[in-house]
Design a protein around this ligand. Structure first.
Ligand code: SF4
Length: 224
């Protein structure tokens, strides 16, 4: 399947795309391992994704999550991510980016009341995937991708559309190296279930809310 053309065609019809199938088709063509810079939102989500991709890629995890608040929560999730990598497979690379919470706050301005999955989240995914593409370019990776689609609470259609858009924008420059976005829907094929099992096995901390204070407040409001 010629990824870009076919996906673009289906997107125009507003049909739901099976991104897991698209990923499998893409992986079928691999004759050797490629490099991937994989954005990870947290240790638990990375578990099943790494286990799914490790036979196809040399994986480096990028921890860029300026949306996680407060900073203590951000540090806690990062620590768990690092611990998991060490215990699961110490050969997996790890790139840590400074906590740019002010950037997240800027893009979230005016969208504070949006529900989870709405316009604020769209910008939040874009911010994180854009940084992943930039770092992938800087470090000459073959692919960039994200663990975000392992969560059943996140919109895989939205995340993949953003990833493909970023791929298109950054690959327009004739001089730069071409980097592909790995489309995915990691929750499929029991991916989410596997992430829970692996998180239990490695005794990972699993957060109760998505990341920003708005999502934390939404959870508490709903609980009430
Ligand atoms: S709810 Fe999650 S994805 Fe949406 S803006 Fe907040 S941290 Fe980002």
């Amino acid at each position: 399947m010629k990824k870009e053309k076919n996906i673009e065609k289906i997107q125009k019809t507003n049909m739901k795309i099976n991104y897991n199938y698209c990923m499998e088709k893409e992986l079928e063509h691999f004759t050797n391992k490629k490099t991937i810079l994989l954005h990870s939102c947290c240790g638990p989500c990375s578990t099943a994704v790494i286990s799914r991709l490790k036979d196809y890629f040399e994986i480096t995890i990028l921890y860029y999550n300026p949306n996680i608040e407060p900073i203590e929560e951000y540090e806690k999730r990062k620590k768990e991510q690092i611990r998991f990598l060490k215990e699961y497979d110490a050969s997996i690379g790890f790139i840590d980016i400074d906590y740019e919470n002010e950037r997240f706050r800027e893009i979230a301005k005016g969208l504070e009341k949006e529900v989870e999955g709405g316009a604020r989240c769209h910008k939040c995914y874009y911010l994180r995937l854009q940084k992943t593409m930039e770092k992938a370019l800087e470090n000459h990776f073959d692919y960039f991708g994200t663990t975000l689609t392992v969560s059943p609470y996140k919109n895989a259609q939205m995340i993949n559309t953003i990833g493909l858009k970023i791929e298109e924008i950054y690959n327009q420059s004739k001089n730069s190296q071409k980097i592909s976005f790995l489309v995915s829907d990691f929750k499929k094929k029991e991916g989410y279930k596997k992430s829970i099992e692996l998180s239990k096995k490695y005794d990972l901390y699993r957060q109760e809310y998505c990341g920003c204070m708005f999502s934390k407040n939404e959870i508490y409001r709903n609980k009430k």
